[in-house]
Design a protein around this ligand. Sequence first.
Ligand SMILES: *[C@@H]1O[C@H](CO)[C@@H](O)[C@H](O)[C@H]1NC(C)=O
Ligand SMILES: *[C@@H]1O[C@H](CO)[C@@H](O)[C@H](O)[C@H]1NC(C)=O
Ligand SMILES: *[C@@H]1O[C@H](CO)[C@@H](O)[C@H](O)[C@H]1NC(C)=O
Length: 583
Amino acid sequence: MWRRSKLAAVACLVCLCVSLHVAVHAKHRKSSDEGKNRQQEEQAANEAQECVPLDLEALEDYSYCKLYELVCAHQDTLVTHDYRYSFANPKRELVPELPYVDIWNFPAALEANTDALRGRQPKYHLQFRAASAHEPTAALRNPSFSNCTLPVLLAPEFPFNMGEFFARAVSAVHGLALDPRVTLVLLTPQSLGLAPFHSLLMQPYSKYPLITSADLGARGCPVGQERGGRRRVDNEEEDTDWQDVEAGEADTVPAEQAVAWSPDESQPHCFKRLLYCKWDMQARVGVPLAEVAARVVEAMQAAQQLPAPSLVYNGREVTDEEPNDPDHDPRDPVQLRVLIESRHGPVRNIKNMQDLLEACEEADKRGFSAGGFEGIACAATSFSDASTGRVSRSRFLTNVAAVRTAHVLVVVHGAGASNSWWLRQGSSALVELRPCQFGTKYGSWPDKYLPPQHQKSHDRIRFFALNVEDPEQCQNGDIEEGLFNKTIAKGSLTWDHSYFARDKHLRLKPGPFLGFLKHVAELLTPYDTEAYAAAREADRLHGYLLPGGGLVLGKLGVKNATEWAEDEGAEVTVYNDWGGPRY
Ligand SMILES: *[C@@H]1O[C@H](CO)[C@@H](O)[C@H](O)[C@H]1NC(C)=O
Ligand SMILES: *[C@@H]1O[C@H](CO)[C@@H](O)[C@H](O)[C@H]1NC(C)=O
Ligand SMILES: *[C@@H]1O[C@H](CO)[C@@H](O)[C@H](O)[C@H]1NC(C)=O
């Protein structure tokens, strides 16, 4: 008796209860035999519903995923009990190396991509080894393999960039069409935690909350013990423990508290099967992202998660009382609503937002008219918290609701542009601003993201690039500026001119900006992309703001817009301050 409780105490002392703050379905334990029997019956019945069918053959077929059998998870290590890798097997195969997350940037609490700050991190993967003579926990020494819980480990590139995560990992998981009873596990390098967007974007694909690889490998919490136990520093108990094992005494595995990510009665550490999925940079997943986005928004609406947003369009407070009703559209079908992302932080800000908002209101008063729209209203919104640069869970949901009040979303190139996926499909547009030379000299970079993604999604959200090539409308970002004025150490930066171009601030002349919005409105007939597609064919879809303040329409991939306009004899339009023609 003394030993039992002592063992349990030791087990608890070493347990770190990383309990997920999500309600676990109550799993009552009855003490009477009668209760036990009934419970077993219920359990058997539930199991059929809660367990992922143990169909190994089907799991062999997932592209980009590899199936491993009889695997335990402990901290950042997977331990295989598969006989093919066992040292007892005279024909032993070597344990394979698990694929790496090759490229990722450190998620600093800054509203900037840390690639320009030497934030690129070493590649990372989980360790993979055979079961040994020295396993660290009772659960690993006496493995009981869950045939119910199926962990699917996801190891995407750029895990902390929302745009990349959506386009690579979420779309890939969508494409796998997994059983919703799998447990999705994100490999977050260096024991980092999840960002709120990870969980919200993966929500449609599993009935369980998304967890990290660290959560999967966490020690369990014995039943009846709460967190807060202190860790032992000496190894006396463990030595006794080992002597007992050698003497043939069973090594008791304490029953552990259930976890929210598994239907098992006790936290599972070992699994009959586990999928490890890796999409490298070349992987072409192929699902149109608009389809994935629709699924994500639908799940948020079904769970009534979207809050009523509050925005100020042309000085007037606007909301959407029914953000979770898929059939409700709060927009005035006639007045063009434009939502402009307002960024803070060291890079890519629009420095004269107030000028743009005022010019927009003025244009509305002066009879803005384009396509089917009469009138225009603009609002500014930030997608992250101004003081921390973080996007909390509630902020993320507010962003989704906010963009759905607009016809047009305007953002400076970056992960914020991924919010375009939550726009109302068929009747909305994205305008992506590219600072000086980023859309021309370095244009192959931004051109490979959103333009083909939206085109492959059948233009359900119409993409427009506005390339700002007028040096008067661009301003060095703080990182570049700090380098030149020697307030930032050279050694702390990645010296790359494409980063500097991307990270410039903008000071847009309101007239040509509004002139471009007119062009967008003309090509925004709801549920009819014919004119839009024709403009793309005619190389008149995207805009270039030229030195001197003129606007020329063109195609993507133009290296020097001034030269291109001259060579093509393209029309350069000049505007007054509210987007009217200037004669
Ligand atoms: C899991 O294993 C138990 C016993 O080992 C068995 O009774 C049960 O049917 C299995 N469940 C599934 C889903 O294969
Ligand atoms: C250097 O540039 C940074 C970024 O623009 C600015 O915040 C800082 O005030 C500048 N310092 C000096 C000494 O000019
Ligand atoms: C584009 O071409 C024009 C005319 O040849 C030249 O003056 C200008 O400097 C070029 N712009 C850039 C950004 O290279």
